[in-house]
Design a protein around this ligand. Structure first.
Ligand SMILES: [Zn+2]
Length: 76
């Protein structure tokens, strides 16, 4: 079982799908049981999506872009 600290360290690898099967499974199991880390991963994924979609956003635009992405990803 991963600790929250270990999960945080592997989070970006997890989102990039750079983890091995066993490691990925450990992360998923942890996420199933840990609400805090689910939120953490969600936020990280959101910020990565912003970075990928807009390679060089201005700092002042970043908040607005994040809001738009959050709206887009919101479940009905
Ligand atoms: Zn956790």
């Amino acid at each position: 079982m991963l600790t929250c600290k270990e999960l945080a360290e592997q989070a970006s690898l997890y989102l990039d799908k750079d983890l091995g099967f066993g490691e990925q499974l450990s992360v998923r199991v942890h996420l199933l049981m840990c609400r805090h880390c689910r939120r953490f991963i969600h936020q990280l994924r959101l910020s990565q999506a912003v970075i990928r979609e807009y390679p060089e956003p201005l700092d002042t635009q970043l908040d607005e872009l994040a809001k738009q992405l959050a709206e887009r990803h919101k479940q009905p």
